[in-house]
Write a protein that binds this ligand. Structure first.
Ligand code: MN
Length: 247
């Protein structure tokens, strides 16, 4: 599975979709602006294993604030929301106040609609993101994508019931593997963050999320088969949450 991939941003999305379909990979296709949602959803109209998420990336929040109305209008069309969140890195620090407004608005809209499955960016803003999540009504399921918060942040995220999507680029770093070792085994999903994240100088494609499996097996101290089965179970559990069963 690849639970955070920007299908619309590859040079050749149809070829990436064809390969993912051939490999049987389940994909969460995230978007960065509400305007991109309809076209991105159409890309995978004939791909039952691909779901499209409605998003407004924190790095674009300041420029695309006006698309929040469109976001609300389209929200009923999907159970998945992303990429959303906050980015506190040097380049985007100055827009944090508007990013916060956008993020809070989205969290509230999702709660009002009964809860969504969220793919959340938190680069250099883990504490702030977790603060927002703790203030939200809590009907949504949060998946922290490529989480790089401190060990304390990870503990807070666990207390809040957050999920995590981890990819080859994250797990390659020792710090990434340390984070993963703190995450509950039943709350971990795979991602690539392609085409932004690379492997050997090339954008990662969905099936390559599986590169994480041997490393996860080592961290978890179980076999690769058990690791794979755990991830399948986790994906099923997220699917159940997305359909709102039991809510
Ligand atoms: Mn991304």
């Amino acid at each position: 599975m690849d639970f955070h991939c920007h299908l619309d941003l590859y040079d050749n999305p149809q070829e990436v979709i064809r390969q993912a379909t051939e490999a049987g990979t389940y994909v969460l296709s995230v978007t960065t602006t509400p305007k991109a949602f309809p076209g991105t959803k159409r890309l995978s109209a004939n791909s039952p294993r691909i779901r499209t998420a409605l998003g407004l990336h924190p790095q674009l929040a300041a420029d695309r604030y006006s698309e929040l109305n469109l976001f609300d209008l389209m929200l009923s069309e999907t159970q998945y929301v992303g990429e959303i969140g906050l980015d506190g890195s040097t380049e985007f620090k100055s827009s944090l106040p508007i990013q916060s407004k956008v993020f809070r608005h989205i969290l509230e809209s999702c709660d009002r609609s009964g809860g969504k499955v969220l793919s959340i960016h938190s680069r250099n803003a883990a504490g702030r993101v977790l603060q927002h999540l703790s203030e939200a009504a809590g009907s949504s399921t949060s998946i922290l994508h490529w989480f790089s918060g401190s060990s304390q942040d990870t503990a807070i995220a666990n207390d809040l019931g957050c999920w995590f999507s981890v990819g080859p680029a994250m797990i390659r770093a020792k710090s990434g593997r340390e984070r993963v070792s703190q995450m509950p085994i039943e709350k971990v999903l795979l991602e690539t963050d392609g085409p932004f994240a690379m492997q050997n100088g090339k954008p990662l494609v969905p099936a390559q999320s599986e590169l994480c499996i041997p490393i996860l097996a080592e961290i978890w101290g179980v076999s690769k088969t058990t690791t794979r089965q755990q991830l399948v179970d986790n994906l099923k559990a997220i699917g159940v949450l997305a359909r709102g069963v039991g809510v």
